[in-house]
Write a protein that binds this ligand. Structure first.
Ligand SMILES: Nc1ncnc2c1ncn2[C@@H]1O[C@H](COP(=O)(O)OP(=O)(O)OP(=O)(O)O)[C@@H](O)[C@H]1O
Ligand SMILES: [Mg+2]
Length: 307
């Protein structure tokens, strides 16, 4: 049984990151508490994955600090990072499975990479991880032989197998039907409850966020724009967040992405973009949607009919 301790396990302080002249993180400050499930929301391309890749120090910040268990990991050298990476497991956005490895070998990979565990111990841990994600007995298959939902589970098993204190799930619901997505949510909450794991979940699925989050954090313009509980999100007066939660649940992810384009580009260019530009992929949605948007500067109602 897990208990959320109101003391930070991870402290991110004024984190900056740039690629070339593109400034992605502009001073992110955030505490993540022991044993909580934190859901990270934000627009596509806004830097959620980049931010989270700093926790196992797969990326080093250009400025700012990260403390994990009171150790400033940004000051550590590469060879000192083994213990940090063992504490923070990551389920990557694309699964990042090796197609030529069996499921068993994919999950065993982090154990074999830099540890001196015996093959017997590796087999015990991999079998346990397979059991945790409800894939017992499937280890001899190859990634090409299993469904998308099962691939997510394998990626999760690989994140779990090294017994981390914290797991980052980068879009665990992407490409899954709602039922399979709900199964993943259940696994995430099981890990929190049964193993006391601190969960950080990046998702565009608001239904899942409401189902699993102890706290929700919203990123905008390279910073944390809003944070609070599910109940606080449901009652917030913030116009941008209200727009976010009042969208149509069945097309939620796309609807709020569209809204962000609108906020950033201005209404007219949004319509132009929607019809002929970058949002062309959402044409079918535009056709079906009556999209309402609260703007921070006042209420404007936008009705999009693409016909
Ligand atoms: N290694 C890299 N080198 C250069 N640019 C990068 C690198 N990684 C990410 N970026 C850029 O940083 C920006 C933020 O990317 P990121 O993957 O963090 O977005 P995201 O918020 O996770 O989006 P999504 O919701 O679509 O996954 C993007 O413009 C991306 O192209
Ligand atoms: Mg991402």
């Amino acid at each position: 049984m897990s208990v959320i301790r109101k003391e930070p396990f991870i402290r991110i302080c004024n984190l900056h990151q740039s690629f070339g002249d593109q400034e992605i993180l502009r001073g992110v400050t955030l505490d993540i508490f022991h044993g909580e499930t934190l859901v990270l929301l934000g627009k596509s391309g806004g830097g959620k994955s980049v931010l989270m890749k700093h926790l196992p120090l797969l990326l080093r910040p250009t400025q700012g600090h990260i403390w994990i268990d009171d150790v400033d990991i940004t000051t550590l050298r590469e060879r000192q990072l083994g213990s940090v990476r063992q504490k923070v497991g990551m389920m990557f956005q694309n699964g990042a499975l090796f197609d030529s490895f069996t499921i068993f070998d994919n999950i065993a990979f982090p154990l074999r990479e830099d540890r001196s565990l015996s093959e017997t111990e590796i087999k015990r841990r991999v079998d346990e991880a397979l059991c945790t994600v409800k894939l017992a007995g499937q280890g001899s298959k190859f990634p090409s032989e299993i469904s998308g939902g099962m691939r997510k589970r394998v990626a999760l098993a690989r994140a779990v197998v090294d017994l981390p204190d914290c797991i980052i799930y980068d879009e665990p619901h992407a490409g899954l039907d709602p039922v399979t997505g709900a199964d993943i949510d259940e696994l995430i909450k099981d890990l929190q409850r049964d193993k006391g794991i601190t969960n950080i979940v990046i998702t565009h699925e608001i239904r899942s966020a409401f189902r699993i989050a102890d706290r929700i954090v919203f990123m905008l313009e390279g910073k944390i724009y809003w944070q609070g509980t599910v109940a606080e999100l449901q009652t917030t007066e913030d116009p941008l967040m209200r727009n976010f939660i009042e969208g149509n649940p069945s097309i939620w992810g796309d609807s709020w992405r569209l809204s962000f384009f609108a906020l950033q580009e201005g209404l007219s260019s949004f319509v132009d973009l929607g019809i002929m530009g970058e949002l062309g992929t959402y044409k079918h949605l535009l056709a079906a949607l009556e999209l309402r948007m609260d703007f921070a500067h006042g209420l404007r109602l936008c009705t999009c009919n693409s016909t």
